[in-house]
Design a protein around this ligand. Structure first.
Ligand code: ATP
Length: 262
């Protein structure tokens, strides 16, 4: 008698993978030959200056922008929670945080309450969204993204307008969300200190991938230092050190990342 067994699901298979992806707007090439993989339970940060193509790359991952070259592969049934850079709300519209979450969401009242509680703003449920501070609104946007029970969270500049202590708390919260939900997270940022401490992998983008790897590896890469002059491995080490006391942060490490010159 023969039996057949289904292959076990590959839980570490990429949620989204890009191969040789290039994007053009008119005659302008905005992204060139991008290879990347987003995996469950990992935080990947896209770093790069203004206009580097970070938001465009996020839009490719979300499926809003279609590359003119290359392949984008998404895990079947993938759910993505997206937290935009900012959201424009009509000042005259009476809308509470809870009402905002209810817009376009199938979630029950209890789920919305839980989502707000999970990101630490349960007390703001009945507050008008127009009265929320920048940091409070970011948390409400994160709650909205979590309501989708995402396999992948995409966050475009989540710490914009949030002070340093608030940023640290927000990145800590993202690490908790990653651990609790096992989702992959894509963070877009051009402020690098706190992000470097909060991320598993970094990609420095300037139309093409200038360098990539773990924060330690990237912060020592000449392409990274060209992009962020003044941010030496030594001062970044102040931030990574808090999270990893095993490393000799002043010493050389094996370069597991890769880069190519401009
Ligand atoms: N829909 C579009 N049509 C034409 N050009 C676009 C479009 N979207 C983006 N661009 C151009 O593509 C380039 C990359 O923009 P993108 O918003 O991806 O950069 P970014 O790295 O996210 O920048 P920032 O840090 O300033 O948000 C810019 O030159 C921008 O003007």
């Amino acid at each position: 008698m023969s039996q057949s067994f289904a292959a076990p699901p590959d839980t570490d298979a990429p949620l989204v993978a890009l191969r040789d992806v290039s994007v053009r707007f008119g005659t302008q090439t905005v992204l060139e030959e991008i290879d990347l993989a987003l995996r469950p339970g990992r935080i990947l940060t896209l770093l790069g200056p203004n206009g580097a193509g970070k938001s465009t790359l996020a839009r490719v991952i979300l499926g809003i922008v279609t590359p003119h070259q290359g392949q984008v592969t998404r895990r079947p049934g993938l759910r993505i929670g997206y937290m935009p850079q900012r959201i424009k709300l009509d000042d005259s519209l009476p809308l509470t945080a809870d009402g905002f979450l209810a817009l376009g969401s199938a979630g029950a009242t209890r789920e919305r309450r839980n989502a707000l509680a999970r990101v630490g703003v349960a007390h703001l449920r009945r507050r008008a969204v127009q009265q929320l501070s920048g940091g409070e609104m970011q948390r409400v946007l994160l709650a909205r993204a979590l309501l989708r029970k995402p396999d992948l969270l995409v966050l475009d500049e989540p710490a914009q307008g949030v002070d340093v202590a608030g940023q640290d708390a927000l990145y800590g919260l993202l690490a908790e969300v990653r651990d609790e939900f096992g989702c992959g997270i894509l963070l877009i940022s051009h402020d690098l200190h706190l992000v470097m401490a909060a991320t598993d992998d970094v990609i420095c983008l300037h139309r093409h991938i200038c360098c990539s790897g773990t924060p330690d590896v990237v912060s020592r890469d000449p392409a990274f230092r060209d992009m962020f002059p003044g941010h030496t491995a030594t001062n970044l080490a102040l931030y990574t050190h808090e999270h990893d006391h095993e490393h000799d942060l002043q010493g050389n490490i094996d370069c597991a990342g890769h880069h190519h010159d401009h």
